[in-house]
Design a binder for this molecule. Structure first.
Ligand code: SAJ
Length: 425
């Protein structure tokens, strides 16, 4: 019987997971090395934003089903959900996974199950975790059970997806998988698929790699269409009417901490073989520069002296407040390098993080020559060009997400440009 669970790492995945188990009758102890985070949670406050998390956390603590501290406690199951980022040289940084495994070693007992939820390169459980777990002197697979069950939820819909998404469970042996299935059945309604640990590790990485390669293909098509004067958005839409085609959307780059990171795990493991994956990654990484160069060439074409760009959108995708790995950061850097004046505005980022950030859209477009749409936030789709046009010095808009109403902007006197569609001019 699984009664008590110790969750190590209380971030975007660990905290909602801990709270879910607590609200489903388990006794949960959450651990984070960051004392500030632990203190905050103990005061029933959040350090991350997630729909529904606050109420669920309060319920878990009030019912005394959840405790948190900086140290692990003995339990039946240990879940590790810590970051697994890449280093500057694009190789995996598995030090958090290793340290978290080391931290639980003194608390492990016969019959325990250890689960890794972090996204990791294939063979991490075998090569990084198992050597550490052997220090317990418990026989792995008979006295201590181990599985990888990657998280697959999307920020903003974490609780819905924790319950409904299918889950992959890769035990190091049959008994490990069996115990992990029993655990996740506590709240998972989606199907549970059993495999081995290294396959589970690969599955998670290739889900995100599939999206990255597909987006790179769309971005390459956008560049081809820019050169051929064809509308890439129209072409992709029509191609996707084919029942077996699903081309993703081009854009100014791929942000976030998953899709832009995980493909590098495969490139690191198999540099000679993972060729398409590496090329795709580089194409997506080059999009912020491509975008900046387009902006500069539009400004030059119009013979505008000392042009000013109003960058709209800081978060890495629509309708969220997350700026991690956002292409906007690279665009701002490139504009600075090119000594182009700019301002930046995002209705979802309330705090002043960047020097050139404005509090209102009106301030951002004041005396600007070009509006650059980087994120397809609802607010930007609905922008009223009539209310902005008189504030601008020159009326140009470059939309990298093809999210604005072209006719409306043209009627207001704007020159309208889209990424991958020079046909509109
Ligand atoms: N993007 C495009 N074109 C597209 C789709 C996305 O340029 O057609 C860009 C977005 O603008 C954004 C980036 O890609 O900058 C990534 O956005 P996303 O919504 O595709 O993915 P994430 O990083 O927010 O979440 C992904 C999800 N993975 C999959 O959909 C396969 C999520 O389920 C995972 O849990 C998460 O990664 C993770 O933790 O790995």
């Amino acid at each position: 019987m699984i009664n008590k669970i110790c969750v190590v790492g209380l971030g975007y995945i660990g905290l909602p997971t801990a709270v879910m188990f607590a609200n489903h009758g388990k006794v949960v102890h959450g651990v984070d090395i960051n004392e500030e985070i632990v203190n905050k949670i103990n005061r029933k406050q959040l350090h991350i934003e997630e729909k529904g998390l606050k109420e669920k956390l309060v319920e878990a603590i009030d019912q005394k089903h959840l405790t948190v501290s900086t140290k692990p406690e003995e339990a039946d199951v240990f879940i590790i959900a810590v970051p697994s980022p890449i280093k500057n040289d694009k190789t995996a940084n598995l030090s958090y996974v290793e340290k978290a495994t080391e931290a639980i070693v003194p608390y492990l007992q016969k019959g325990n199950l250890v689960i890794l939820e972090s996204t990791v390169p294939p063979l991490t459980v075998e090569k990084v975790m198992l050597p550490v777990l052997e220090k317990t002197n418990l026989e792995i697979g008979r006295e201590l059970f181990v599985a990888h069950s990657p998280e697959r939820v999307i920020p903003g819909k974490v609780f819905e997806e924790l319950i409904n998404n299918d889950r992959i469970i890769g035990g190091i042996n049959e008994k490990s998988s069996e115990l992990a299935v029993e655990l996740y059945r506590t709240f998972v309604v989606g199907n549970i698929h059993i495999t081995d640990a290294k396959t589970a590790e690969l599955v998670k990485v290739i889900e995100n790699t599939y999206r990255d390669v597909n987006i790179a293909f769309a971005n390459e098509l956008a560049r081809i269409c820019d050169n051929l004067n064809i509308n890439v958005w129209e072409a992709i839409k029509l191609a996707n009417y084919h029942p077996r085609v699903n081309i993703h959307s081009p854009g100014p780059g791929v942000g976030g901490h998953c899709i832009a990171v995980d493909p590098w795990f495969l490139v690191e493991l198999q540099p000679e073989t993972a060729k398409i994956i590496g090329v795709a990654r580089n194409i997506n990484d080059s999009m912020p520069h491509y975008t900046t160069n387009k902006v500069i060439s539009i400004i030059d074409q119009q013979s505008i002296q000392h042009g000013k760009v109003a960058v709209l959108g800081l978060s890495y995708k629509a309708d969220i407040d997350d700026t991690r790995e956002s292409p906007s950061l690279d665009v701002m850097r490139a504009l600075e390098e090119q000594k182009i004046e700019y301002s930046v505005f995002d209705p979802h980022i309330k705090e002043q993080i960047f020097m050139k950030q404005t509090k209102t859209i009106e301030e951002a477009v004041e005396h600007a020559d070009l509006i650059l749409i980087m994120t397809n936030h609802q607010e930007f789709k609905k922008l009223n060009p009539e209310s902005l046009k008189d504030k601008m010095r020159t009326k140009i808009i470059y939309d990298t997400k093809k999210c604005i109403d072209e006719d409306k902007w043209k009627q207001a006197g704007f020159e309208v440009y889209f990424l991958g569609d020079s046909s509109s001019n």
